[in-house]
Design a binder for this molecule. Structure first.
Ligand code: G4P
Length: 524
């Protein structure tokens, strides 16, 4: 055990915020950045509309559409801890990016709109979080609006997601009549929504009762809340840290990100309760300790042109062990190639700063000239370390793509290569004609692709839909080009492996019947 290194690792908190679009993920992220002193003003509704955009929404297209397309990374210090927040796109068309990001975190914060409850995308993302077995903390947002009954919201966690919810605080009133939050987790106290000018926002309770003369005394709303809390404590689950860490129980906090109510309370407790970086699986089933002396990590994201002033490409590494230092020589497990890490940055909001120190849990950005691919493992020691592959989705939507101006082949190829390496879309070539075909999980990926090709690579592209297809790979030894027909387009992936894009499941069955000995696989 390396005590000094372990002390540093234990100061790290690395998490992602997940939510259905519009639940308030960006708003709460901004409030956290404010609390961390990274930004000075949050981009609220108006600011967004006047062009002062959310700091975590980097890309032009996000600004235009008001959605988070790509995940971004933000780092700051809070209560003596080093926080790494990984933002995730809420839109389902970018699920793959989100899934990969979730592989790089140690905990997740699930933001729920308290008027809407659990929405479809929350459900999907929760499933991934559950598979990973990481702890989930819940923030019931938008308490300033009339929402659903808090008891219902907590019960829904169990009913819909199958996870026990334990209230850490409880709203007194809701919407127009919101009075404050009753702290259940620590001390018996109430945090007031509208504290009197110059007075503390916390009111200490004696025996659960409001002190005489306080805004809560004799308030019928508060009396009602006391009744609810009694009910809750009689029937509800009690907080169990071991269960939380095992992903079996989620602590529930209420608040309003927009009015910055309850966010600080949440963050304070989250930082305290969330786990420090732990062990990682490596080389199959081995466990790698975060305080192992040798540096190692994996690349979970590649992004080009994050900053239009610097046309560059950044590979994001989740550090899993050891300590990063400038000029470190690492081996890229996939190729065995040595790479010197001279230029590494971390992300303080939209500013990049040179990494001074990075240990397990930290996210480091490496300037990349084409060495790295998503899912790559890097290690500094003699022993080869390989992390498990990152999840990959089989595309379901396909498009033919070509440059509008055939004279601009060079920028077309450059953009195409880079965006494909980022994992923004998948690239295939027609087996016979070599034409380019793009594959994606959601339609928006194509739109982003087209937009970025034009804006970042000055290449206007023509895309024509081939529609929904069922992608199935075939063993090259069994392939006979005659198997290709109008209902099963034969293409090759970017590694040259052949696959069929079937028109539908029926066409695939027809193929099976015709060639019963040919084995088709969903993913390589
Ligand atoms: P997202 O990243 O999860 O997609 O959500 P985001 O933070 O962008 O918030 C979505 C909308 O909800 C924003 O309104 C935001 O101001 C609002 N919002 C976030 N937190 C709260 C809250 O605690 N209370 C209330 N009342 N609103 C909140 P917007 O940009 O104006 O979107 P829209 O309302 O114009 O669609």
């Amino acid at each position: 055990m390396n005590k000094e290194l372990l002390d540093k690792v234990n100061k790290r908190r690395t998490f992602a915020i997940i939510s259905h679009p519009d639940a308030g993920k960006t708003t709460i992220t901004e409030q956290m950045l404010l609390l961390g002193g990274v930004i000075r003003s949050a981009g609220t509704v108006k600011a967004r509309k006047t062009g002062n955009y959310a700091t975590s929404d980097w890309m032009e297209i996000e600004k235009k559409r008001g959605i988070s397309v790509t995940s971004s990374v933000m780092q700051f210090e809070y209560q003596g801890k080093r926080i790494n927040i990984l933002d995730t796109p809420g839109h389902q068309d970018f699920s793959e990016d989100t899934y990969r990001t979730l592989m790089a975190v140690d905990a997740a914060v699930m933001v729920i709109d308290s008027a809407r409850g659990i929405e479809p995308q929350t459900k999907k993302l929760f499933k991934v979080v559950r598979q990973r077995g990481i702890p989930v903390f819940t923030f019931m947002n938008k308490l300033d609006r009339d929402g659903r009954e808090p008891l219902d919201l907590v019960a829904e966690l169990e009913e819909v997601l199958g996870i026990e919810g334990v209230a850490m605080n409880w709203p007194i009133g809701i919407g127009q009549s919101l009075l404050g939050l009753y702290d259940l987790a620590n001390q018996r106290r109430v945090e007031l929504y509208h504290p009197e000018e110059g007075k503390d926002r916390f009111i200490a309770l004696a025996d659960g009762k409001a002190p005489a003369g306080s805004p809560l005394a004799d308030d019928p709303q508060f009396e009602e809340t006391l009744g609810e809390i009694e009910l809750l404590e009689g029937a509800g689950a009690s907080f169990d840290r071991a269960k939380v860490l095992a992903g079996q129980q989620t602590p529930v906090f209420f608040g309003s990100a927009l009015t910055n109510f309850g966010v600080e309370t949440f963050l304070e407790q989250f930082v305290d309760l969330a786990p420090a970086p732990g062990e990682h699986k490596v080389n199959g089933d081995e466990e790698l300790k975060p305080d192992d002396d040798e540096f190692s990590g994996f690349i979970f994201k590649i992004q080009a042109n994050m900053n239009p002033q610097h046309r560059d490409r950044i590979a994001f590494v989740r550090v899993c062990s050891g300590e990063f230092s400038k000029g470190l020589d690492v081996t890229l497990a996939r190729t065995g190639k040595q790479v010197r890490l001279n230029n590494a940055v971390e992300f303080e909001s939209s500013a990049r700063v040179q990494v001074s120190e990075a240990v397990a849990g930290d996210i480091v950005g490496l300037y990349d000239t084409g060495n790295f691919q998503i899912g790559d493992s890097i290690y500094a020691g003699k022993r080869k370390l390989e992390f498990p592959p990152l999840p990959e989705f089989t595309p379901e939507l396909f498009m033919r793509v070509s440059p509008k101006n055939v004279m601009k082949q060079k920028s077309f190829h450059k953009g195409m290569n880079q965006l494909v390496q980022e994992g923004a879309v998948q690239l295939y070539r027609n087996y016979q004609t070599d034409d380019y075909i793009l594959g994606a999980v959601g339609q928006l990926q194509f739109e982003v692709f087209q937009y970025r090709m034009k804006n970042e690579y000055n290449s206007e592209v023509e895309i024509t839909s081939i529609g929904h297809r069922v992608a199935r790979w075939i063993n090259p030894d069994q392939l006979d080009p005659k198997m290709s027909s109008s209902r099963n387009l034969l293409v090759k992936d970017r590694f040259g492996n052949p696959l069929f894009l079937f028109e539908n499941a029926f066409a695939e069955r027809w193929f099976h019947d015709k060639y019963p000995d040919v084995e088709l696989t969903e993913k390589l």
